[in-house]
Design a protein around this ligand. Structure first.
Ligand SMILES: Cc1cc2nc3c(=O)[nH]c(=O)nc-3n(C[C@H](O)[C@H](O)[C@H](O)COP(=O)(O)OP(=O)(O)OC[C@H]3O[C@@H](n4cnc5c(N)ncnc54)[C@H](O)[C@@H]3O)c2cc1C
Length: 474
């Protein structure tokens, strides 16, 4: 047991936990962070956001070289892919970033305890190391940030090779000829896009009758049309009943909309049917921390659980007014707000202003409410929509697919939701996120000068379109 107790012990070093630890140290807290894995950074840095974006970038370049260079009058001969080198580049980026988190811990004087963390009591965390003795950290507060893991599907036998999750899909040693993706959510579509661009024939099986559940339906329908044009095959209303490895192949079976049993033999199966809160060995039950039916830690508005002194953030949590979004930046913001509130600062997080991005090509980005949500809540709204196609910049860079849609309150004009599908939508959404955060109106955006020629002009035009006065609409 250390002499003076820590002010805060964080369990889990993902974007929630490590950012919370930095903010705590900045505020003068004596802080420790416990991580069971060999490297810091959690799902996001090790097997999530970062490696997936590295592969998305590499594979997008392959497709650009194959399909777009010629139109620019550029000839580079046959495009060859060295997959091992591509994967190594991804691993190098991951190593640099996880090493960067370790350096940040050191710089901020945060003690890193490597091992499995478990709640000992509301004022102690027990850290177990493989084969070694347990260590107890005395602390005034505990912050749980143990994140999430992929959900298993009944009948699907994950063998960590032919039938795997996103983690395996970041390291396939060769491009599968045939890849089945189970689940048309963000992760499945991003990684499905990677392997399609590298040459795989990709079939996506989705239980629902649409792709990208939770995203504005008009955007999802537009995205599906574009992905189909790119060569991804979608089988909607497909209830997967089984998948298993068979030699160097995998067989997946499902029931189609008509109830007929179908099956397919493919090279690999990527199961991406969502993620669940991870509390294994964390000692939540023993400590009496309340969980919801789906195993998520329930928190109040200060991110405190029902056990005083034990807090939780990130993929792990749910609460009143706190949606169970699984996003890295949401986890980080919660970490900052939770710690600042512990220090007596009046911090607040606006969940309506958290952008969500799908890093496919084109990207899909949203902030605030969807049209479906506004309709369900009976809120009267006006909508303004503008395509990228007429924009000079979109034509110059040959990225004309997609549009911007702004939803504004019918009476006050306040922006309630904004959605972008198009090149660099993930960067463009920042302006709209800020507008939502500041309680801005479509008129505010329409009156702001947007540089020409930029893709951001579509945002200004969509804001003008809310009031029927887009200038370049055709
Ligand atoms: C393929 C993929 C792509 C993604 N892409 C994006 C994206 O582009 N943008 C985005 O916003 N989100 C993305 N996400 C989601 C994002 O990774 C998560 O929302 C985010 O990592 C959650 O952060 P967290 O801190 O809550 O938990 P995590 O990042 O999951 O970190 C939890 C950490 O806690 C550790 N841990 C757990 N239990 C214990 C214990 N008992 N003792 C010690 N350590 C423990 C784990 O080892 C892990 O390191 C992606 C996810 C995946 C899988």
């Amino acid at each position: 047991m250390s002499d003076t107790p820590f002010d805060l012990v964080v369990i889990g070093s993902g974007p929630g936990g490590y950012v919370a630890a930095i903010r705590a140290a900045q505020l003068g807290f004596k802080t420790a962070i416990v991580e069971k894995d060999a490297t810091l950074g959690g799902t996001c840095l090790n097997v999530g956001c970062i490696p997936s974006k590295a592969l998305l970038q590499s594979s997008e370049l392959v497709e650009e070289a194959q399909k777009s260079f010629d139109r620019h009058g550029i000839s580079v001969g046959e495009v060859k892919v060295d997959l091992a080198k591509m994967l190594k580049r991804k691993d190098t980026i991951v190593r640099q970033l996880t090493g960067g988190v370790a350096a940040l811990m050191k710089k901020n004087g945060i003690e890193v305890a490597q091992g499995h963390g478990r709640i000992g009591s509301a004022s102690s965390v027990v850290v177990g190391t493989a084969g070694g003795p347990e260590r107890t950290l005395a602390t005034k507060r505990i912050l749980l940030a143990s994140g999430s893991v992929p959900v298993a599907l009944p009948g699907v036998e994950l063998d960590g090779d032919r039938v795997g999750t996103s983690t395996e899909a970041l390291t396939y040693p060769e491009v599968p000829k045939e890849l089945v993706v189970i689940g048309a959510g963000v992760i499945g579509l991003e990684l499905g896009s990677v392997w399609r661009r590298l040459g795989a024939r990709v079939t996506v099986l989705e239980y629902m009758d649409r792709i990208l559940p939770g995203i504005d339906a008009e955007m999802a329908a537009a995205a599906q049309r574009i992905f189909e044009r790119q060569g991804i095959k979608f089988l909607l209303g497909a209830r997967v009943t089984g998948a298993k490895a068979q030699g160097d192949k995998a067989v997946v079976t499902w029931q189609d909309k008509a109830g007929e049993t179908k099956s397919l033999e493919v090279d690999r199966v990527l199961v991406s049917t969502g993620r669940k809160a991870y509390t294994e060995g964390l000692g939540v039950a023993e400590a009496g921390v309340a969980l919801d039916k789906r195993g998520r830690v329930i928190v109040g508005k200060h991110y405190e659980t029902n056990v005083p002194g034990i807090y939780a953030i990130g993929d792990l949590i749910i609460g009143e007014g706190i949606p169970g979004l699984m996003l890295a930046h949401k986890a980080s913001e919660e970490g900052v707000v939770a710690v600042e509130q512990m220090a007596g600062i009046k911090a607040h997080l606006n969940y309506d202003a958290i952008p969500g991005i799908v890093y496919t090509s084109p990207e899909i980005a949203s902030v605030g409410k969807t049209e479906e949500e506004l309709k369900a809540a009976g809120i009267a709204y006006k909508r303004g929509k503008f395509d990228f196609a007429p924009l000079g910049r979109a034509k110059a860079i040959q990225h004309t697919d997609g549009f911007v849609k702004i939803l504004a309150d019918a009476k006050t004009d306040r922006i309630l939701g904004a959605h972008v599908i198009g090149h660099h939508a993930g960067d463009l959404i920042a302006e709209l996120g800020l507008a939502v955060e500041f309680g801005g109106s479509s008129e505010d955006i329409a009156r702001s000068t947007h540089a020409h020629p930029t893709l951001a002009e579509a945002i200004k035009e969509a804001a003008l379109a809310v009031d029927g006065r887009a200038l370049h609409g055709i």
